[in-house]
Design a protein around this ligand. Structure first.
Ligand code: FMN
Length: 161
């Protein structure tokens, strides 16, 4: 019989078989400095009205500020942005100072990505070891480039062949 820890590890591996895109949730802190965190829990919820969600780990140091953020942006990463995704998944490496961003009223928009969706706070629901953050979609755009998406699968970043 598996211990609970082993069960969690097995479940994590099974979840890992579900391939996702990769996005960065970007935002401005109270001093208007740009920050971002790598996430793959982005989900489109509703078109009318437009709503999107993502889930934040309660253990994240950013959790408290993220569940209270009034505005943030989902940036959908391209396959040449792996380094950015890796860095923004590290603790205390969430600043976007050296990242090519366009600072808009909604928050920082990462250039050279595939597209972005700007949200404002709608609802936060506590669920197990995460919070589900629902956002009202206020603005969005896709970049007209020929880039392919960055993929996360089986615990690794992958490119579409
Ligand atoms: C591909 C990938 C997807 C991730 N998705 C999420 C996510 O949806 N929600 C989340 O809270 N953390 C997610 N993380 C973890 C965060 O990027 C990051 O590791 C964590 O926030 C760092 O800890 P800190 O917030 O305490 O600095 C993901 C990491 C990777 C590499």
């Amino acid at each position: 019989m598996n211990t609970q820890l082993e069960e969690s590890r097995i479940l994590r591996n099974v979840y890992g078989k579900f391939a996702t895109g990769v996005s960065v949730v970007s935002f401005l802190d109270k001093d208007k400095r740009p920050f971002g965190v790598t996430v793959n829990s982005f989900t489109s919820v509703s078109l009318d009205p437009p709503i999107a969600l993502w889930c934040v780990d309660k253990n994240s140091e950013l959790c408290e500020s993220l569940i209270n953020k009034e505005n943030y942006v989902f940036n959908f990463l391209a396959d040449d942005q792996t380094n950015l995704a890796v860095r923004l998944a590290e603790k205390n490496k969430h600043n976007l100072n050296d990242t090519n961003c366009d600072i808009q009223e909604y928050g920082p928009i990462i250039k050279n990505s595939l597209g972005w969706v700007a949200c404002s706070k709608r609802e936060v629901i506590e669920s197990g070891d995460h919070f589900i953050i629902f956002g009202n979609v206020n603005a969005f755009s896709s970049y007209n480039n020929e880039k392919k998406p960055l993929i996360f699968w089986s615990g690794n970043f992958q490119n579409l062949e």
